[in-house]
Every structure is written in C-alpha cells, then in structure tokens.
Design a protein around this ligand. Sequence first.
Ligand SMILES: Nc1nc2c(c(=O)[nH]1)N[C@H]1C(S)=C(S)[C@@H](COP(=O)(O)O)O[C@H]1N2
Ligand SMILES: [Mo]
Length: 257
Amino acid sequence: MKSPFRPEVIPDKAVLDDHKPLIRSLERRGLIRGGLSLGSLAMLTGCDVERPDAVESALLAISRFNDGVQALLFDPRKLAPTYPASMILRPAKFNAYYDVTEVKPVNGESWRLDLSGLIADKRPWTLGQLQALPQSSMVIKHICVEGWSYIGGWSGVRLATFLEHIGADLRAKYVAFKTADDYPSSIDMATALHPQTLLALRYGDEPLADPFGFPVRLRMATKLGYKNPKWVTALEVTNTYPGGFWEERGFPWFAGL
Ligand SMILES: Nc1nc2c(c(=O)[nH]1)N[C@H]1C(S)=C(S)[C@@H](COP(=O)(O)O)O[C@H]1N2
Ligand SMILES: [Mo]
C-alpha cells in the first residue's frame, strides 16, 4: 500500500462528482463525514485516487463492509419520507440493464407467482388473487445509483401481509425474487416486513405499464432503485444468502437509504 500522504495529488472534485450518489449514501449512513476528499479516501482505503475505477471500488468496499452493520441498524418502524400525490412523475423514469425497446411484456393472464422455501402454502398465485388482498399506497422517491431520481406513486399488497398470508417463516433471514428478465434479487426479512415494502401492482392509480414491471414488481421506500425487481415471477423465503444481479457485480447488498 502506498503512502496515504501524496501532497502532489490535488483533490480532484470531478472524480468524486462522478460518484456523488454513492458518496451521499455513505454520508447518510454515517460511514463517512461530509466533504470527503480524495486525500481522505486514499487514507481510508489506500486506493489509487488517480484512477476513477479505483475510487469507485474503494467506495464500494466501504459500502460492502457495512452491509451487515446496516442490517443490524435498520429500524423496522422508521418510515422513509413520503410526498403529495401531485408530485408523482408520469410516466415514471425507466431503467434496466438493457434498453426500454428490449422490454418483453409479461402476459398477466398466464402470469403466476411461484413460491418456494420456508413457506407453509406454496401454491402459486394469480394476479387476480393478489388484487383481492388489501391494497396500500405510497408516494416515495426512487433513487438510482446512476445519479437520478423521481417521485413515484405505488399501490399494491404489503409484502408483510402477503408473507403472513402464505405462512412464510418470518424468522428466516432472506426473501429472494426471480424475474421474467433474469434479474435475481433479495432482501433482508426486516425490510420485507417494513410497512413501506409493497408487491406493487399499480403506478399513479393505473396498472403498472409494461416497462415498469407489469404485472408485479417489488417497491420499497427504504432501498436504492436496483433493489426493486420488476416483472417478479417467483418468491423464496430462505436462510441461505441469495445475492442479486448487481450484487454479483460488486454493488452492496443492503443498499439502504
Ligand atoms: N427485473 C428488473 N428489475 C429491475 C431492473 C432490471 O434491469 N430488471 N433494474 C433496476 C434498476 S437499476 C432500477 S433504477 C429500477 C428502475 O425502475 P423503474 O424503471 O420503474 O424506474 O429497476 C430496478 N429493477
Ligand atoms: Mo438503478
């Protein structure tokens, strides 16, 4: 590891600006203090601050190390900010690991939600059955690590309600999801049971549009955008760490706000 003190390196604001969302998230979580400089990042991690990719992986390393701590600190009763319905963006902003023109719509009639793992009643669910459960709504901010956000209005079944209904083991560690586009994802049980965690069926009081996950997507007020799988096709309750699409590519698993 090189000396952390390299006076010839003038803290380059532009490099850190590239990672603003990640830095903000680390700041919010109290992992770093405001006004992070490349010098202090070098001291923390020994990374080569002249290489932007090294800066990114150093930030991600701080973040990953703290997934476990974050999960312990998560307060299941604390609510994320909500907004008036007048602020809902229509249409929502699209993102996926591919272009919107490549979205393959899911057929709501033949769609089923498959259940597996630590669940008493593993019969698959239809869309009609989900629509018949009590519905909740929330207007929340969606924050993507790429550095954009929007306020969205989501309605659907609280995941807590659904998990109780199917007799899931609520002491299990994880709830994992599979999707129609091969975007596996998973969350901790405390977040699964949080009141602002929905199996969302509607956006701004219309059924979800195809690009946004029709017929069902996970929507949480307490986590970054990439933790919210669209086009969900299967749910598993498990004690074995399931990982996820971006987590396998180095992003933090907890990713709380
Ligand atoms: N199935 C699936 N879900 C996904 C993604 C994806 O590529 N596939 N991308 C994630 C990312 S990175 C973001 S920011 C949000 C975008 O959701 P939106 O298009 O509804 O705004 O979806 C998340 N869920
Ligand atoms: Mo994202």
